[in-house]
Design a binder for this molecule. Structure first.
Ligand SMILES: *[C@@H]1O[C@H](CO)[C@@H](O)[C@H](O)[C@H]1NC(C)=O
Ligand SMILES: *[C@@H]1O[C@H](CO)[C@@H](O)[C@H](O)[C@H]1NC(C)=O
Length: 278
Protein backbone atom coordinates (compact mmCIF):
# COMPACT_ATOMS: atom_id res chain seq x y z
CA UNK A 1 0.00 0.00 0.00
CA UNK A 2 1.32 3.37 -1.02
CA UNK A 3 -0.50 5.55 1.50
CA UNK A 4 0.29 3.33 4.50
CA UNK A 5 3.33 5.06 6.03
CA UNK A 6 1.83 8.55 5.42
CA UNK A 7 -1.48 7.85 7.16
CA UNK A 8 0.33 6.14 10.01
CA UNK A 9 2.50 9.20 10.42
CA UNK A 10 -0.55 11.52 10.45
CA UNK A 11 -2.30 9.28 12.98
CA UNK A 12 0.77 9.30 15.22
CA UNK A 13 1.06 13.06 14.99
CA UNK A 14 -2.60 13.41 15.90
CA UNK A 15 -2.25 11.06 18.87
CA UNK A 16 0.84 12.86 20.12
CA UNK A 17 -0.80 16.25 19.76
CA UNK A 18 -4.07 15.31 21.43
CA UNK A 19 -2.36 13.49 24.29
CA UNK A 20 -0.21 16.57 24.83
CA UNK A 21 -3.10 19.03 25.02
CA UNK A 22 -5.12 16.54 27.11
CA UNK A 23 -2.35 16.40 29.68
CA UNK A 24 -2.29 20.19 29.91
CA UNK A 25 -5.98 20.54 30.72
CA UNK A 26 -6.71 21.13 34.38
CA UNK A 27 -9.07 22.91 36.72
CA UNK A 28 -8.02 25.25 39.51
CA UNK A 29 -9.83 24.48 42.77
CA UNK A 30 -9.99 25.94 46.26
CA UNK A 31 -12.48 27.14 48.89
CA UNK A 32 -15.81 28.55 47.72
CA UNK A 33 -16.73 30.26 51.01
CA UNK A 34 -14.96 33.45 52.16
CA UNK A 35 -11.95 32.96 54.42
CA UNK A 36 -12.10 35.02 57.62
CA UNK A 37 -8.66 35.78 59.02
CA UNK A 38 -7.55 37.49 62.20
CA UNK A 39 -5.10 40.36 61.72
CA UNK A 40 -1.59 39.38 62.76
CA UNK A 41 -2.06 35.67 61.94
CA UNK A 42 -0.30 33.67 59.22
CA UNK A 43 -2.69 32.04 56.75
CA UNK A 44 -2.77 29.67 53.77
CA UNK A 45 -4.95 30.54 50.78
CA UNK A 46 -5.68 27.07 49.35
CA UNK A 47 -5.45 26.55 45.60
CA UNK A 48 -4.63 23.37 43.66
CA UNK A 49 -4.85 21.69 40.28
CA UNK A 50 -7.24 18.93 39.38
CA UNK A 51 -5.98 16.51 38.20
CA UNK A 52 -3.01 16.92 40.51
CA UNK A 53 -0.40 17.39 37.77
CA UNK A 54 2.82 19.27 38.36
CA UNK A 55 2.71 23.08 38.31
CA UNK A 56 6.51 23.36 38.40
CA UNK A 57 6.70 24.48 34.76
CA UNK A 58 3.60 26.67 34.82
CA UNK A 59 3.07 30.31 35.70
CA UNK A 60 1.37 30.78 39.08
CA UNK A 61 -0.05 34.26 39.64
CA UNK A 62 -1.74 35.44 42.80
CA UNK A 63 -3.61 38.75 42.45
CA UNK A 64 -5.65 40.92 44.80
CA UNK A 65 -8.39 42.29 42.54
CA UNK A 66 -8.76 45.43 44.70
CA UNK A 67 -5.36 46.56 43.45
CA UNK A 68 -5.39 47.65 39.83
CA UNK A 69 -1.63 47.43 39.47
CA UNK A 70 0.78 44.85 40.68
CA UNK A 71 0.61 41.32 41.93
CA UNK A 72 0.62 39.58 45.26
CA UNK A 73 2.95 36.85 43.96
CA UNK A 74 4.32 35.40 40.73
CA UNK A 75 6.13 32.14 40.04
CA UNK A 76 7.33 31.68 36.46
CA UNK A 77 10.09 29.68 34.70
CA UNK A 78 10.73 27.92 38.02
CA UNK A 79 11.57 31.23 39.69
CA UNK A 80 9.92 33.73 42.01
CA UNK A 81 9.36 37.00 40.13
CA UNK A 82 9.58 39.97 42.47
CA UNK A 83 8.97 42.74 39.89
CA UNK A 84 5.66 44.46 40.12
CA UNK A 85 4.79 43.06 43.55
CA UNK A 86 2.34 45.24 45.50
CA UNK A 87 4.55 46.83 48.17
CA UNK A 88 2.30 45.94 51.11
CA UNK A 89 2.98 42.22 50.39
CA UNK A 90 6.79 42.52 50.38
CA UNK A 91 8.39 39.79 52.45
CA UNK A 92 5.06 38.27 53.50
CA UNK A 93 4.21 35.83 50.70
CA UNK A 94 5.46 32.41 49.58
CA UNK A 95 4.36 29.25 47.77
CA UNK A 96 5.05 25.76 49.06
CA UNK A 97 7.62 25.04 46.37
CA UNK A 98 8.05 21.45 47.54
CA UNK A 99 4.33 20.93 46.84
CA UNK A 100 4.22 22.30 43.29
CA UNK A 101 5.03 18.93 41.69
CA UNK A 102 1.66 17.63 42.86
CA UNK A 103 -0.33 20.65 41.77
CA UNK A 104 -0.52 22.44 45.13
CA UNK A 105 -0.22 26.17 44.40
CA UNK A 106 -1.51 27.44 47.76
CA UNK A 107 -0.19 30.80 48.94
CA UNK A 108 1.19 31.44 52.39
CA UNK A 109 0.61 34.96 53.70
CA UNK A 110 2.17 36.01 56.99
CA UNK A 111 1.26 38.75 59.51
CA UNK A 112 -2.15 39.52 57.97
CA UNK A 113 -3.06 43.23 57.94
CA UNK A 114 -6.10 45.33 57.00
CA UNK A 115 -4.99 46.00 53.43
CA UNK A 116 -4.99 42.21 52.75
CA UNK A 117 -8.78 42.07 52.60
CA UNK A 118 -10.18 41.53 49.13
CA UNK A 119 -10.83 39.14 46.28
CA UNK A 120 -7.82 37.00 45.40
CA UNK A 121 -7.35 35.34 42.06
CA UNK A 122 -5.20 32.21 41.80
CA UNK A 123 -4.34 32.11 38.09
CA UNK A 124 -2.43 29.15 36.64
CA UNK A 125 -1.12 29.20 33.10
CA UNK A 126 0.44 26.32 31.18
CA UNK A 127 1.67 26.50 27.58
CA UNK A 128 -1.71 26.01 25.97
CA UNK A 129 -4.17 26.15 28.82
CA UNK A 130 -5.03 28.31 31.79
CA UNK A 131 -7.63 28.43 34.52
CA UNK A 132 -8.25 30.43 37.69
CA UNK A 133 -10.07 30.57 40.98
CA UNK A 134 -11.32 33.51 43.05
CA UNK A 135 -11.22 33.47 46.86
CA UNK A 136 -12.67 36.13 49.15
CA UNK A 137 -10.56 37.07 52.16
CA UNK A 138 -12.10 39.02 55.06
CA UNK A 139 -9.81 40.51 57.69
CA UNK A 140 -10.92 40.88 61.29
CA UNK A 141 -9.18 43.11 63.85
CA UNK A 142 -10.57 44.18 67.23
CA UNK A 143 -9.19 47.58 68.17
CA UNK A 144 -8.00 49.06 71.44
CA UNK A 145 -10.16 49.87 74.47
CA UNK A 146 -11.38 53.43 73.86
CA UNK A 147 -9.41 56.17 75.61
CA UNK A 148 -11.50 59.07 76.93
CA UNK A 149 -9.94 62.44 77.70
CA UNK A 150 -11.48 65.46 79.37
CA UNK A 151 -11.07 68.56 77.26
CA UNK A 152 -12.52 71.14 79.67
CA UNK A 153 -15.51 73.50 79.69
CA UNK A 154 -17.22 73.80 76.31
CA UNK A 155 -20.43 75.64 75.47
CA UNK A 156 -21.93 75.29 78.95
CA UNK A 157 -20.96 71.64 79.37
CA UNK A 158 -17.85 69.49 79.56
CA UNK A 159 -15.95 68.51 76.42
CA UNK A 160 -14.87 64.87 76.15
CA UNK A 161 -12.90 63.09 73.44
CA UNK A 162 -12.96 59.34 72.75
CA UNK A 163 -10.36 57.53 70.60
CA UNK A 164 -9.81 53.90 69.62
CA UNK A 165 -7.47 52.36 67.04
CA UNK A 166 -6.50 49.11 65.33
CA UNK A 167 -9.90 48.12 63.89
CA UNK A 168 -10.86 46.26 60.73
CA UNK A 169 -13.28 46.72 59.09
CA UNK A 170 -14.18 50.32 59.89
CA UNK A 171 -16.05 50.49 63.25
CA UNK A 172 -18.74 52.85 64.49
CA UNK A 173 -18.22 55.05 67.55
CA UNK A 174 -21.17 56.06 69.76
CA UNK A 175 -21.44 58.15 72.92
CA UNK A 176 -24.08 57.00 75.43
CA UNK A 177 -25.52 58.39 78.63
CA UNK A 178 -25.98 56.28 81.79
CA UNK A 179 -29.32 54.95 80.48
CA UNK A 180 -27.70 53.73 77.28
CA UNK A 181 -29.30 56.43 75.14
CA UNK A 182 -27.24 57.87 72.36
CA UNK A 183 -25.85 61.37 72.89
CA UNK A 184 -25.56 63.75 70.00
CA UNK A 185 -21.88 64.20 69.32
CA UNK A 186 -19.55 65.91 66.91
CA UNK A 187 -18.74 64.50 63.46
CA UNK A 188 -16.96 61.13 63.59
CA UNK A 189 -13.32 61.27 62.48
CA UNK A 190 -11.81 58.23 60.82
CA UNK A 191 -8.22 57.63 59.84
CA UNK A 192 -6.79 54.56 58.07
CA UNK A 193 -3.13 53.74 58.66
CA UNK A 194 -0.77 52.32 56.03
CA UNK A 195 -1.53 48.75 57.11
CA UNK A 196 -5.24 49.37 56.57
CA UNK A 197 -6.33 49.52 60.21
CA UNK A 198 -8.90 52.11 61.30
CA UNK A 199 -8.62 54.69 64.04
CA UNK A 200 -11.80 56.52 65.07
CA UNK A 201 -12.38 59.49 67.34
CA UNK A 202 -15.26 61.72 68.28
CA UNK A 203 -15.81 64.77 70.48
CA UNK A 204 -18.91 65.22 72.62
CA UNK A 205 -20.15 67.92 74.99
CA UNK A 206 -21.98 66.51 78.00
CA UNK A 207 -24.19 68.33 80.48
CA UNK A 208 -24.29 67.54 84.18
CA UNK A 209 -26.72 64.68 85.01
CA UNK A 210 -27.81 62.76 88.14
CA UNK A 211 -25.07 60.21 87.65
CA UNK A 212 -22.51 62.00 85.50
CA UNK A 213 -21.68 58.65 83.95
CA UNK A 214 -21.00 58.43 80.24
CA UNK A 215 -19.92 55.65 77.92
CA UNK A 216 -17.91 55.63 74.73
CA UNK A 217 -18.59 52.48 72.70
CA UNK A 218 -16.78 51.41 69.55
CA UNK A 219 -18.50 48.58 67.67
CA UNK A 220 -18.20 46.61 64.46
CA UNK A 221 -21.27 44.62 63.44
CA UNK A 222 -19.72 42.45 60.70
CA UNK A 223 -17.25 40.90 63.13
CA UNK A 224 -19.69 41.28 66.04
CA UNK A 225 -17.21 42.96 68.38
CA UNK A 226 -17.33 45.99 70.65
CA UNK A 227 -15.12 47.75 73.16
CA UNK A 228 -16.25 50.40 75.60
CA UNK A 229 -15.02 52.74 78.30
CA UNK A 230 -17.13 54.31 81.05
CA UNK A 231 -16.30 57.64 82.63
CA UNK A 232 -17.60 59.20 85.79
CA UNK A 233 -17.13 62.97 86.08
CA UNK A 234 -17.15 64.54 89.57
CA UNK A 235 -19.89 67.19 89.66
CA UNK A 236 -17.34 69.83 90.80
CA UNK A 237 -15.94 69.65 87.27
CA UNK A 238 -19.15 71.11 85.86
CA UNK A 239 -19.05 74.06 88.27
CA UNK A 240 -18.03 77.17 86.43
CA UNK A 241 -18.52 79.80 89.15
CA UNK A 242 -15.21 81.69 89.40
CA UNK A 243 -14.82 81.44 93.21
CA UNK A 244 -15.23 77.64 93.11
CA UNK A 245 -12.57 77.30 90.45
CA UNK A 246 -10.31 79.68 92.30
CA UNK A 247 -10.80 77.81 95.56
CA UNK A 248 -10.08 74.45 93.88
CA UNK A 249 -6.93 75.89 92.29
CA UNK A 250 -5.89 77.55 95.58
CA UNK A 251 -6.55 74.35 97.45
CA UNK A 252 -4.25 72.46 95.11
CA UNK A 253 -1.57 75.14 95.32
CA UNK A 254 -1.68 75.04 99.12
CA UNK A 255 -1.44 71.27 99.06
CA UNK A 256 1.56 71.38 96.72
CA UNK A 257 3.23 74.02 98.91
CA UNK A 258 2.64 72.08 102.09
CA UNK A 259 4.01 68.86 100.60
CA UNK A 260 6.94 70.78 99.10
CA UNK A 261 7.85 72.41 102.44
CA UNK A 262 7.48 69.16 104.31
CA UNK A 263 9.89 67.49 101.89
CA UNK A 264 12.40 70.32 102.17
CA UNK A 265 12.32 70.22 105.95
CA UNK A 266 12.70 66.45 105.88
CA UNK A 267 15.74 66.71 103.54
CA UNK A 268 17.43 69.38 105.66
CA UNK A 269 16.89 67.31 108.79
CA UNK A 270 18.27 64.23 107.10
CA UNK A 271 21.38 66.12 106.01
CA UNK A 272 21.88 67.52 109.48
CA UNK A 273 21.44 64.04 110.85
CA UNK A 274 24.13 62.76 108.49
CA UNK A 275 26.53 65.55 109.38
CA UNK A 276 25.97 64.92 113.07
CA UNK A 277 26.76 61.24 112.61
CA UNK A 278 30.07 61.99 110.88
C1 LIG B 1 -3.07 12.67 42.98
O1 LIG B 1 -4.42 12.29 43.07
C2 LIG B 1 -4.63 10.91 43.16
C3 LIG B 1 -6.13 10.63 43.07
O2 LIG B 1 -6.90 11.74 43.37
C4 LIG B 1 -4.02 10.37 44.42
O3 LIG B 1 -4.20 8.98 44.54
C5 LIG B 1 -2.53 10.70 44.42
O4 LIG B 1 -1.96 10.31 45.66
C6 LIG B 1 -2.30 12.17 44.21
N1 LIG B 1 -0.88 12.39 44.02
C7 LIG B 1 -0.21 13.26 44.74
C8 LIG B 1 1.23 13.38 44.39
O5 LIG B 1 -0.70 13.95 45.61
C1 LIG C 1 -0.67 22.40 50.11
O1 LIG C 1 0.45 22.42 50.94
C2 LIG C 1 0.25 23.01 52.22
C3 LIG C 1 1.58 23.04 52.94
O2 LIG C 1 2.13 21.79 53.08
C4 LIG C 1 -0.82 22.22 52.97
O3 LIG C 1 -1.06 22.83 54.20
C5 LIG C 1 -2.08 22.15 52.14
O4 LIG C 1 -3.04 21.36 52.80
C6 LIG C 1 -1.78 21.60 50.77
N1 LIG C 1 -3.00 21.64 49.97
C7 LIG C 1 -3.39 20.63 49.21
C8 LIG C 1 -4.64 20.84 48.45
O5 LIG C 1 -2.76 19.58 49.16
Amino acid sequence: METGPDSLFVTLLFLLHSSHSESEKFEVLGPTDPIVVVAGDDIILPCYLKPNISAEDMTVDWLNLDFLDGRVYRYQNRKIIQDNQITSYTGRTSLFEEELWRGNTSLKLTRVQGTDEGLYKCFIKAKSWDHDLIIQVLVKAVGSKPVVSIEGHREGGMGLLCESEGWHPQPELVWLDSKGDRLSAGPPETHRDFKGFYKVKQHVIVQETDTNRFTCRVQQSRINEKMETNVHLPSELFDTTPWRITSIVLCCLVAVTVIGSALTIYRIRNKKGNVAMI
